[in-house]
Design a protein around this ligand. Sequence first.
Ligand SMILES: [Mn+2]
Length: 342
Amino acid sequence: MNKIKTQNYNQNHNQNQNQNHNVNHTQFINFINHLLTFNKQMELLYSQKPSERNKPFRFNISFNVIMKLCDLVKPILYNEKNVLIIDAPINIFGDIHGQFSDMIHFLELTGLPPHHKFLFMGDYVDRGNNSIEVCALLFAMKIMYPNNINILRGNHECPEVNSMYGFLTECESRFGNEGKNVFNKINEVLCILPLCAIINEKIFCVHGGISPHLKKVEDINKINRFTKIPDGGLLCDLMWSDPTNSIDVWGINSRGISCTYNQQAVETFLNNNKLQLICRAHQLVSDGYKFSHNNKLITVFSAPNYCGNCGNDGAVMKINEDLVCSFIIIKPTNEQTNTSTV
Ligand SMILES: [Mn+2]
């Protein structure tokens, strides 16, 4: 990965000169370079003493740097449409949930931006120990390579959810009195993330899934996404719905919110929009990825050994220029890694 150039920084900085979060210029450049120097991250992770390995790895990231990253990434994300239009080849991540060391490990295996393109399908925060590092790295990559990094919203990218499942606690334990400000500032960014993506006019990518309120993909661009995730309706379903094998086209979701959709719902949606595949995240699958619904739907989950005890593999899906899918798998041990082609 190329090092950040001072010139790029100045261009971004000028667009945000009204912001008050003054970070020493050299410090900021050094920080971004540090964040994007993946080998260094791995060295740091592996240098942790065995006696400290059960403690969360924490990276020294200052309040002002987080504010700065948020200020720089917000206008870039704000100007994106609800539905991103992307071309393969691309690497697709499902849920990360604060598992920063696994994220770094995957990026070592996929290759890095700007030489490789990425789509992240939501659920960056909560559950794991390093939601702040995951957000900082995503924002830094988006600032550096806006055309190569695509960041979608998941159901955890909403303060009503991430105040309850770990992110708020992480912010408060790391930043004390400033914790709530860090939490609010990062959530301001998470609440403007785009909602879904179409790859090569054939693959529909979204965190949760489809909705009875969704007929045409273009309808999604009519949503006002700059809001918390509501309790029902199209925005809620895109973030929260799940596939089933039920005979009910639309069913009741056991999560207590949104709905389920069956194979007929998947096929009707794909046919109406001349699409071939729904690619989504949102559910733990033991192999890290799972095709279902007559191969018209895939679930990708990128948090190996989720919550430290699920024993599942994590996967990242690679789609090449011919739309052939292959997978990078990380086993729960973090030691065995392999790739497979489907
Ligand atoms: Mn989810």
